[in-house]
Design a protein around this ligand. Sequence first.
Ligand code: DER
Length: 241
Amino acid sequence: DKLESSKRAAAYRAIDENIDFKTDKVIGIGSGSTVIYAAERLGQYLKDSEYSDLVSEFICIPTGFQSRRLILDNGLKLGSIEENSMIDVDFDGADEIDDDLNLIKGGGACLFQEKLVSTSSKKFIVVADYRKKAPKYLSTNWKSGIPIEIVPSAYVRVSDDLKKLGAKHVIVRQGGSAKAGPVVTDNNNFLIDADFGMLENPAQLHDKIKALVGVVETGLFIDNASKAYIGNADGTVNVFT
Ligand code: DER
């Protein structure tokens, strides 16, 4: 369908255009439904006799459980950020992207590892479908609020502080129907989704939220992405830098 083909087109082109197969060795692999195609494309290079020797030496750094599966399922070598603190290029999705390449991320509950990897990378390439590009400000299309990872015991304190900062709606993200209670991240933390409406100054808001006692990290990725590949419904791809 058009949505999946737009994701695939964006991810394939991002991989084709942003890996120097001779010099790049450590590749970040993000989380979500679009980065699936980036890992798939790398897997195709692994099977291509012209590239397989180089790609079989790549070390891929995951950002969570699904990301580890993507690396393993595509036959790629799984590494750890402890052993590979410098990453050559990172590929990840986003929930929304503005004109300055600032992002809202965290819809998939992996924002901490994603930001640890994306900010440890020389190049951070975003891959997304046409729904993700904000016409101007963040939180135009993405209405689920800014994902924020917090220390569990601080959820009341942080919720109150976020409301004082101007959040209209604050919620601790709940697990699936089977699991009564909050989502617990890979880092044993909770997530709060905070709706601040249209974000005209996401950098300033990130700094204010990050300074709150109990906040581990925010889903606002400011001055981090190098490029964004946005797939269109007709299969074409727009590249933003
Ligand atoms: O949580 C995230 O930031 C993920 O990258 C994810 O939200 C990306 O969205 P996608 O599934 O549309 O690629």
